[in-house]
Design a protein around this ligand. Structure first.
Ligand code: HEC
Ligand code: HEC
Ligand code: HEC
Ligand code: HEC
Ligand code: HEC
Ligand code: HEC
Ligand code: HEC
Length: 391
């Protein structure tokens, strides 16, 4: 389920042109924090750590088991988060295990996934006359939405044309793949993924897959573990073990970033406002890009610590699904009753309709068709019946 990353240099080129820079700045001042927000390719060029940055060396990463020696409670709850389970060797996928040897069809082709005696997972595709087969190497996604598969052939990566979708409890065409009947069995199996895209997929779904600017699938740490967000931890670990107090400063803590940067930080993988804007992506599919949707809300204003991603989501704990949990987040800015007057610490009006479960009405779930899933729209707003999805 690849995402379209925005064009790399466009924003720099834009701001380099002085006249345009002024107009962007004025526009941003009038509107909100857009001038401070950045695209992920720009963020990665800045000094210091940023998620998906591939410059540290592999030796600087210690792995989550080492962090757990001292941060045991954070480590045991983070393991339960979907991010900590978002990729695995195909042989470890429970979804593939429970669908062993079941046939499914996509158009004229029949597919099967079967586990060999040595544990390897084989896919095969047949058009009734001939078939091709090969081993799957990686499974991406917990399966909450779905799971997609990568395989390797002649040293290149391919993304399978079939993905698992939880709402279907079965397989269908991978998002962004053509729905037209493939011209060959090879194309019915999957699409080649260019090296730069391979690097991005693994960058968002694994830890330390690109180090010293080189992608290496053999030495990566599956899923988003501590160092996927905090950056490599060997210096911090060594200092803490040696009892050097200032060692806490040797690991990056995104909690210290200002709100705009904090949202771009999660946006390194969840796609920032500029990433979406520069890619030209429009329509309901953008509901997958929470930073973009959130920062398009009136609530965001110029940015505020009460409405960053971590104001609502603790990245070390599983996603909370009870609507009531989020009420206090809204009421940190909104008045509890409709008739009171907004103040500087409560700039948001009160709701004339309800006093609880705010997100059920103001953060609606919207269906993204090719993902077969209803995503939570992070553009907080009054939803009018029959109104189109606001871009
Ligand atoms: C030998 C023990 C030890 C190990 C191993 C260790 N830490 Fe720490 N870490 C500490 C102590 C002690 C602090 C300071 C108190 C605190 O914030 O918990 C700290 C602080 C931190 C902070 C907060 C920094 C700040 O802004 O003040 C982060 C983030 C962090 N550790 C992450 C990690 C990660 C990620 C790993 C694994 C790569 C790790 N730690 C491994 C002991 C350790
Ligand atoms: C290195 C990439 C990366 C970064 C950085 C990242 N995420 Fe994620 N996040 C993911 C991926 C991949 C998934 C999909 C997990 C799955 O397979 O279901 C995800 C899923 C989630 C989910 C959904 C969990 C669920 O159970 O459905 C939440 C919430 C989330 N991330 C919050 C955050 C927050 C908050 C931040 C910033 C502090 C953040 N993420 C930063 C990659 C990342
Ligand atoms: C820019 C970062 C990024 C890239 C590149 C990326 N993903 Fe993701 N992916 C995410 C995030 C964040 C989520 C969680 C939110 C969502 O579902 O859109 C996700 C979700 C998914 C899911 C659904 C997981 C679930 O919750 O069940 C699958 C499957 C997936 N990605 C596969 C892939 C594959 C395969 C590639 C490469 C061909 C890829 N992704 C490239 C960031 C990325
Ligand atoms: C998805 C990104 C992400 C992952 C993965 C992640 N963290 Fe964090 N971590 C954060 C953010 C964001 C903060 C700032 C939280 C805040 O200030 O509310 C933070 C804060 C911390 C702190 C500072 C103290 C605290 O409780 O706020 C420590 C220590 C820490 N993380 C350790 C870890 C360890 C250990 C792991 C792995 C088990 C881990 N983190 C995984 C994003 C992440
Ligand atoms: C950082 C403070 C802040 C937080 C947190 C916040 N809001 Fe807002 N919100 C505002 C401000 C400021 C406005 C614009 C002034 C107004 O309409 O009250 C606004 C506007 C709105 C509007 C009207 C939008 C429109 O399109 O006219 C709704 C509805 C809303 N917020 C609901 C919520 C809900 C629900 C939550 C929690 C999920 C929430 N807000 C969280 C500050 C916030
Ligand atoms: C005002 C509270 C609030 C803020 C701020 C917020 N979220 Fe959410 N988020 C929610 C709610 C509510 C859900 C839906 C929980 C459920 O019902 O499963 C959700 C769900 C998600 C999911 C799961 C997929 C989905 O669409 O249901 C991801 C991923 C996610 N948020 C990421 C983020 C990121 C990244 C940010 C920062 C840009 C962010 N959220 C900011 C309230 C918030
Ligand atoms: C049952 C659905 C529902 C729930 C639950 C709900 N709202 Fe509303 N809210 C609405 C509707 C509908 C409107 C538009 C009312 C109108 O304009 O006639 C609205 C209006 C608003 C406005 C705009 C008010 C203005 O004067 O512009 C804000 C802000 C708001 N709600 C915040 C909240 C908050 C905060 C919560 C939770 C404490 C909440 N809402 C719970 C349906 C709901």
């Amino acid at each position: 389920m690849s995402k379209h990353q925005a064009g790399n240099h466009l924003f720099l080129v834009l701001v380099a042109a002085a006249g345009l820079a002024v107009s962007i700045a004025t526009w941003a001042e009038e509107h909100n924090s857009k001038a401070d927000q950045m695209s992920t390719p720009e963020r990665i060029k800045q000094p210091g750590w940023w998620p998906t940055k591939g410059t540290p060396s592999r030796d600087e990463y210690v792995g989550p088991a080492v962090c757990a020696q001292c941060h045991s409670s954070l480590a045991s709850s983070q393991k339960l988060h979907a991010m900590a389970r978002t990729s695995m060797p195909a042989a470890d996928s429970n979804i593939l295990r429970t669908h062993d040897r079941q046939n499914f069809r996509l158009g004229p082709h029949t597919y099967q996934i079967a586990r060999a005696d040595n544990g390897a997972v084989q896919y095969s595709v047949s058009d009734g006359k001939q078939s091709v087969s090969g081993p799957l190497s990686w499974a991406f996604g917990t399966g909450k939405v779905g799971q997609s598969y990568l395989y390797e052939k002649n040293g290149a990566f391919f993304e399978s044309r079939f993905s698992y979708f939880s709402t279907l409890q079965g397989f269908d065409i991978t998002p962004a793949h053509s729905t037209a009947a493939p011209e060959s069995l090879e194309k019915a199996a999957g699409r080649p993924v260019a090296p730069a895209e391979v690097r991005r997929c693994f960058g968002c779904h694994t830890t330390a897959s690109t180090t010293n600017d080189k992608f290496d699938a053999a030495r990566l740490i599956p899923s988003i573990t501590c160092e996927g967000c905090h950056g490599p931890g060997s210096a911090h670990t060594a200092a803490m073990k040696a009892g050097i107090e200032t060692g806490a400063g040797l690991i990056s803590n995104p909690g210290r970033l200002k709100p705009v940067n904090q949202v771009d930080f999660c946006g390194a993988c969840h796609t920032t406002w500029w990433d979406v804007n520069l890619s030209g992506s429009t329509g309901v599919g953008n509901a997958r890009f929470q930073p973009y949707r959130l920062e398009s809300s009136r609530c965001w204003g110029k940015g505020d610590a009460r409405i960053t991603c971590i104001a609502c989501h603790n990245p070390h704990q599983p996603l909370v699904r009870e609507a009531g949990f989020y009420d206090q987040r809204c009421l940190s800015c909104h008045l509890a009753t409709a008739n009171s007057k907004p103040s500087s610490d409560h700039p948001g009006a009160g709701c004339p309709v309800s006093t609880k479960d705010c997100v059920t009405c103001h953060m609606p779930k919207v269906e993204v068709p090719d993902a077969h899933f209803k995503f939570t729209d992070h553009q907080i707003r009054v939803v009018r019946a029959g109104a189109p999805f606001p871009d």
